[in-house]
Design a protein around this ligand. Structure first.
Ligand code: NAD
Length: 293
């Protein structure tokens, strides 16, 4: 058996297009501000992509680049200015922040209603309590991809490997809210293979290339690979690298559905960022959540 592809490029393009259409129905232009501190190469690529996709969807995009040695207080002051800026509906501070800046303090400064990454305590609390809020983008995108394969998760078993605040924990909450029976696995889990093989939906958010193999996958399962790992690719030439997930490609022989890396969860993350920004914009204008988003 060879798994069917869960195509994040195609679904991401749809979600971005819907966000762009919804943005047009709102009074005034929707604005997204991205703050990048330092020169982390991967973060620069992510921020460039976010800027490009936001503009392509017709949003106003403001990118604030600060040097790596910017004092934490200045980063917080910028976030506070963006909180007060009427042209800004969504604020995203690109992680990781350079050493010496406490990410939690910076995140805490973001107005929860502009927190389009869903990282503030307020939005984490809303998700836990099942209240309306802004849901972190990567878990949200993972759910949309899983939904292509299994539109109804009621009674399905789901295993999330990884318990980070950014991905694993919110993803487990979303799966639970969708009526799946959820197990969270992590670095201290015993017999990871046996745990994973119980999963109708297996989600990997670890950051270890090929940690999960065909042995971890129940036949026919839906596999959502959140991991993005840069590894050497000597087959492409000397010094070349490539991106791979946490799930070894041969797992596709056992899985029923699987996300590719790249082209799976990655594009969904940006798409859901635009979606959250439009949701935040509508709510800030006192309007209903736009239909069809
Ligand atoms: P993290 O380092 O914060 O968390 C990793 C988690 O994996 C931890 O909870 C840890 O307990 C668990 N873990 C570590 N080793 C393990 C092992 N051997 N067995 C089982 N569990 C183990 O990472 P993160 O921020 O959640 O990111 C995870 C991966 O997802 C990374 O590769 C990251 O690049 C990727 N990511 C992708 C996107 C996207 O848009 N696709 C977004 C965010 C993160």
């Amino acid at each position: 058996m060879s798994a069917r592809l869960l195509d994040g490029k195609a679904l991401g393009a749809e979600v971005r297009a819907r966000a762009g259409e919804a943005a047009k129905t709102l009074p005034g232009q929707v604005g997204l501000a991205v703050v990048l501190v330092g020169e982390d190469p991967a973060s620069q690529v992510y921020v460039r992509n976010k800027h490009r996709e936001a503009e392509a969807a017709g949003l106003l995009s403001f990118v604030h680049r600060l040097p790596a040695d910017t004092p934490e207080a200045d980063v917080v002051a910028l976030v506070e200015r963006l909180n007060a800026d009427e042209a800004v509906d969504g604020i995203l501070v690109q992680m990781p922040l350079p050493e010496g800046i406490d990410a939690l303090r910076v995140i805490a400064a973001i107005d929860p209603d502009k927190d389009v990454d869903g990282l503030t305590e307020t939005n984490a609390g809303r998700l836990l309590l099942g209240r309306r809020g802004l849901v972190p983008c990567t878990p949200q995108g993972s759910m949309l991809l899983a939904g292509l394969a299994l539109p109804d998760l009621t009674g399905k078993t789901a295993v999330v490997v990884g318990r980070s605040i950014l991905v694993g924990k919110p993803l487990a909450l979303l799966l639970q809210a969708a009526n799946a029976t959820v197990t969270m696995a992590h670095s201290r889990t015993k017999d990871l293979g046996a745990v994973c093989r119980t999963a109708d939906v297996l989600c990997a958010a670890v950051g270890r290339p090929g940690l999960l193999t065909a042995e971890h996958v129940k036949p026919g399962a839906v596999v959502i690979d959140v991991g993005i790992n840069r590894v050497d690719a000597p087959e492409k030439g000397e010094g070349k690298t490539k991106l791979v997930g946490d799930v070894a490609p041969e797992a596709a022989e056992v899985a029923g559905w699987m996300t590719p890396v790249p082209g799976g969860v990655g594009p969904m993350t940006i798409a859901c960022l635009l979606r959250n920004t439009v949701l935040a914009a509508a709510r800030r204008r006192g309007l209903e959540d736009p239909r069809g988003l």
